[in-house]
Write a protein that binds this ligand. Sequence first.
Ligand code: PLP
Length: 949
Amino acid sequence: MSFELTDYLPYDFANRRHIGPSPAEMAEMLALLGAESLDSLIDEIVPKGIRQAAALDWGKALSEREMLYRMQGVADKNRVHTSLIGQGYYGTVLPPAIQRNILENPAWYTAYTPYQPEISQGRLEALLNFQTMVIDLTGLDTANASLLDEATAAAEAMTMAKRVAKSKAPAFFVDHHCHPQTIAVIRTRAEPLGIGLVVGDPFADLDPEAVFGALVQYPGTYGDVHDFTEVFARLHEARAIACIAADPLALALLKPPGEMGADIAIGSTQRFGMPVGYGGPHAAYMATRDAHKRAMPGRIVGVSVDARGNRAYRLALQTREQHIRREKATSNVCTAQALPAVIASMYAVFHGPEGLKAIAQRIHRKTVRLAKGLEKIGFTVEPAAFFDTITVEVGPLQGVILAAARQNGVNLRKVGDSRIGISLDERTRSAIVEAVWHAFGGDLADTDFAPDYRLPKEALRDSDYLTHPIFHMNRAESEMTRYMRRLADRDLALDRAMIPLGSCTMKLNASAEMMPITWREFAQMHPYAPADQAEGYRELITELSDKLCRITGYDAISMQPNSGAQGEFAGLMTIRAWHRSRGEAERDVCLIPTSAHGTNPASAVMAGMRVVVVKSAENGDIDLADFRARAAEAGDRLAACMITYPSTHGVFEETVREVCDITHEHGGQVYLDGANLNALVGLARPGDFGSDVSHLNLHKTFCIPHGGGGPGMGPIGVKAHLAPHLPSDPATGEAGAVSATAYGSGSILPISWAYCLMMGGAGLTQATRVAILNANYIAKRLEGAYDVLFHSAEGHVAHECIIDTRPFQHSAGITVDDIAKRLMDCGFHAPTMSWPIPGTLMIEPTESETKAEIDRFCSAMLAIREEIRAIEEGRADRENNPLKRAPHTVEDLVGEWDRPYSREAACFPPGAFRVDKYWVPVNRVDNAHGDRHFICACPPVESYGEAAE
Ligand SMILES: *Cc1c(COP(=O)(O)O)cnc(C)c1O
């Protein structure tokens, strides 16, 4: 390749990181679609009436290095002190082997929620370890696979207690020694449901007859350790439910909740390896007794068998229950905290029971030394018995001591006006304890004190935990690394193949975007650190909020909700508060189309609203006549409508402005579910075409990875009039907060900001356009083989398309499940199945996928159609065919083979790679068996290899 010395070859690959098809490939795709250009295609698809006037622009897109340089500049503005603030957030050591092999490993973080169990066995096993760990530590029977944070888990415990309590008393009791943010979130959640709250001392103020349940904190937020056995017995006498928020590390030493008689235990597993991260993400846990397992919110991993009778894991009981039960769902939790739960479980595997006990003992002994030193200096330390937290009465010295500690790089907790709280943790070194003494005016050495305990004998734990062999494996790093690798290899994540999940937007999570999250300046910031230490976070959050406002047309953002569903709740509560502020508290009707995501009705009910369902028209659009009628019927009871745009049917409805206008005419507010924002960014802004509030799934459109079922972020954007009613700061303990910390899972916000910086406004817009191109290309390629159910009058789809598989049930006995499982043989994760219409597949390729990968998917889909045709035409058996028997494993390559199709056809269908073949680790999983024989902890070793009963 010769060149002239005057040539200049522009290096312009910046946006190609996120944009799959090359310009040449795009030209081919446009040709197939018969479109002149991408511009003309987009003009045909996105209704003119909603197109935004001005292009999205905030200057030049940054390169990776420029972004990281900018990011480091912002990180440097965070001054990370040693935070001994505690209050639910503690220093912890993430073992480097886990950091590198899980937290920083796309095989783990780019996976989806394990709804397709055959390709999720690795993370299902890790989550089962998590549940086993929680069950053991709490001494209860059943645990779920994580909730969003401790405060929301506490609120879930309250509503669950209400569901299961025999007592019909109207109120819930909350220990005044619960963390303030927990009390705040419980207040927010109780109010719309009409639950009265009593906050007080469980030993003095609790009237069991007056409540359906009570929540205590163990150890208390100020450090006190109590045995609640008698409190719980009194509750049970009154047929009320006993809930406890327990620190899992303390449970390594203390009597477990189950042995005290608790019915529900919740808490945070943050200190099992997850950095405080300015509030998250961390996995909360929930455990309960067998009797209540069916009422538990969130996902539960269970054990079942596959078609060969081999053990296989899958989600149990109420999988995707919101889609089935809608407004009767037990909760709106969808995305939870799978990745942080996996990390916590690996932390337990890494340390084992002795390791956890040693860590807990060391922290406790350090705290005792700290207390002795403070007593020697002349202070009175509360409480008498504690684990890792003490509170000291300091009177007028509070300000001086806090400032002196800060001077030495240590943050202590300000408690009221005259006390100081101190929590030690796994990271606390002698020098830090000495620095605290120094701030209190003492010059002592850590070595002055002998090891000692201040735990009451009767509160000590004597039961075993983590007895399963998995927590006793040889922990040489070689072995640990291979264990994590083996599990990762069982799963199909984005690092192997496209995951064309409609509505879920499984797009690239770029490496450069992921790098900052483990930087010390972001990871080690305590959520309640003084604001002047978190200037970098403030700048990042302000900048990101500003960009999100420009993208959506809203005026203000709250970063508090840490999932999309929680954003829905937050947004509806904002609408509710606005109506109340105008003296229209009676507005409580929420119009929701049948096609809405299941979390929508579930969230509306949590916000105290009545759901009125609106029909869909034949073409999938909202039935405008029905919408108008329902809105008029509601009249001055209309609070809101919840719509999704583009619709969950994958089309840009022309009538969206009208829907908004009708809602406003009747005094309601428009909640626009922002999960499909990937089809709008840069082209149209919800805030301009009539919506008042939306949540944005940053883990969909804005590149935060799904983590195999969380973390996520669901900030809400609102128009100016709603801004005063956004969620309030949880640290105040007042009602109005929806999660434990002001900015939700702060430490993953750099991902979305980095994405915006590296794309620029034009790059983001191009991503939207290519996402639409890719979806239309797939729809076109599958045309003739499958029916695309919904499209615009011109025959286009938006950024996803729904194909109908129902006809094959009749013609060949083939279900949507069979197709989904067969796709695994081809090396793909199935599209979204049976939602919003049963028996359909919703395909969303996103802009990240190349033409080659999309073509590989289309070849697989077309080959599957031919396999179906062979059955239809009697050339293949109706039962014994590659679809019904899918997926196929290596086991199918050996031993007897008596099927009418070849092993070659079974294991290497079109789409499957030969050398890099993804081998599904189990054959088809039997869901019903798992629900009949419900097991949600690691099964005993003897049962390995056991056959189906
Ligand atoms: C993903 C999704 C939600 C829920 O978001 P989570 O973050 O999983 O809670 C709500 N609505 C739609 C349309 C979605 O696709």
